[in-house]
Write a protein that binds this ligand. Sequence first.
Ligand SMILES: Nc1ncnc2c1ncn2[C@@H]1O[C@H](COP(=O)(O)OP(=O)(O)O)[C@@H](O)[C@H]1O
Ligand SMILES: [Mg+2]
Length: 223
Amino acid sequence: MTRIITVASHKGGTGKTCLSVTLAVEAARANGARVALLDLDPQRSACAWAELRSEAAPLVVPCRDGDLEHYLSEARVAGFDTVFIDTPSGGGKATDRAIASSDLVVIPVRPAFLDLEALQPTVTSLRSHGTRGLFVLAQVPARGQEEDAARRDLAARFPRIPVASVRLGHRKDFERALGLGLSATETRSKRSIAAAEGRLLWEAIRATCAGSAQARRSVSGVS
Ligand SMILES: Nc1ncnc2c1ncn2[C@@H]1O[C@H](COP(=O)(O)OP(=O)(O)O)[C@@H](O)[C@H]1O
Ligand SMILES: [Mg+2]
């Protein structure tokens, strides 16, 4: 079964594209895994990143709003394991449909007041479609109490949406990798903290998706 993971947040610059490419690279690393990344953002940041790459995987596809359902059904028919959808800031109908079609929506959140304030529309969309969400703290500063404060704030505001225990720090390695058409997990500094964060985050998300697929099968009596 093709699992669909949308990366969304209404706020701009939270790290959606950085997170999308990092997760897609990690997902594609598994033996024989077929992974696509649909770039739903008219800015085409993920496509610009893909143009710098020499590796074929993950497959990055520019996706106009009206083509979303078509590409998702093609990916299912072709037997892709995972499709990521990188979305534009500001939401919109296509992002809402991506959220409706997804098994999981990953929401990057910078631990700062205006970012926390901007989460409601994304959460409203998840809730209206009954799609699972996962907050990922991103661009966390190296020092300070921001991460703990943001975790408390998220738990108070949105108690039903978990916050990933793995977070992404604000690290030059993420930015440098993007400019090379790589993910931080692929650069020469593969042992960097950024690389470890990227790998661990995908492991956590993969486990979350596997757990929910198992739960769905047992609810429907398949296993
Ligand atoms: N964890 C991070 N550490 C440092 N810089 C980051 C990180 N994540 C994203 N960035 C940088 O922040 C900017 C916005 O990130 P981007 O992924 O384009 O956000 P979005 O897609 O949500 O608009 C980019 O310049 C990107 O290189
Ligand atoms: Mg983007």
